[in-house]
Design a protein around this ligand. Structure first.
Ligand code: NAP
Length: 252
């Protein structure tokens, strides 16, 4: 049994995969959640096992309540849940708002918002001292888009991340006295496969030079901040969201 278990939603690729690898290096047993790409999830687990860590790949759509219970049941089998990184997220091809369908919006908010809230609830039921737990930390992955707005292309995605920012504050206050810290990370342009789903596979290369630091960020650079927020070093930090944007100002 692992002393401390970390659930990473969308742990198979990109930022989530980097969080899984770094979390394992920091001593967590890791639940690597994925929704479709089993090969990617198993590759992350193989890396972790190869480095002497503990990991299991678990399929589940975070927007489906039964799947969320399945993901957390796997964590229970591994050991004591100590952390959740609400990382799973989606974007859709660039559109102006007047062209967005209800189907697109419902899916976007189900995955990006409902999924994160359902997973947080499952984590709080296990980690809160109010439920007999030993405490823990939740890190929600937001986006610079929450502050910039996504005009002309991704306003729905940006709004879903705005909801995440507000949820980070609300849940943090709700469980502050129950041993559970809740924070967010707000990445800017990060070089992952995410942008292809938004219809711009080269977005990180194209926009990198416009960032104050002159480049896109890496998934590993985001993971470092996630794992710091998970750590005892952030023991008095809750209810805030940290920008990881290479200097691009994304507001308070
Ligand atoms: P990515 O490389 O496209 O990876 C997305 C991950 O989410 C994959 O592991 C995918 O699983 C999983 N996923 C998607 N829908 C899911 C669902 N319904 N249930 C469970 N898992 C699901 O994306 P990324 O760039 O790492 O993005 C991770 C997070 O960072 C997202 O929340 C995104 O909004 C946020 N973010 C990214 C950027 C950026 O520039 N990349 C910037 C700001 C914020 P499969 O492998 O099985 O498909």
């Amino acid at each position: 049994m692992a002393d401390k278990v970390l659930v990473v939603t969308g742990g198979s690729r990109g930022i989530g995969a980097a969080v899984c690898r770094l979390g394992a290096a920091r001593g967590f047993g890791v639940v690597v959640n994925y929704v479709g790409n089993v090969a990617a999830a198993e590759a992350v687990c193989a890396d972790i096992h190869g480095a002497g860590g503990e990991a299991v790949a678990v399929r589940g759509d975070v927007s489906v309540a039964e799947d969320v219970e399945h993901i957390f049941a796997a964590a229970d089998r591994m050991g004591r849940l100590a952390g959740l990184c609400n990382n799973a997220g989606m974007i859709a091809p660039a559109l102006r708002v007047e062209a967005m369908t209800a189907e697109r919006l419902n899916r976007m908010f189900a995955v990006n918002v409902t999924g994160a809230v359902l997973c947080a609830g499952a984590a709080v039921r296990r980690m809160s001292t109010g439920h007999g737990g030993a405490g823990g930390a939740i890190v929600n992955i937001s986006s610079a888009a929450a502050k910039l707005g996504g005009a002309g292309a991704y306003a729905d995605y940006a709004a879903s991340k705005g909801a995440i920012d507000t949820f980070t504050v609300g849940l943090a206050l709700e469980v502050a006295a129950e041993g559970v810290r809740v924070n967010g990370v707000r990445p800017g342009i990060i070089d992952t496969e995410f942008h292809a789903a938004g219809g711009a596979p080269d977005r990180a290369q194209q926009l990198g030079p416009s960032v104050p630091m002159g480049r896109a960020g890496t998934a590993e650079e985001v993971a470092e901040v996630v794992l710091w927020l998970m750590s005892d070093g952030a023991g008095y930090v809750t209810g805030t969201t940290v920008a990881v944007t290479g200097g691009r100002a994304v507001g308070p």
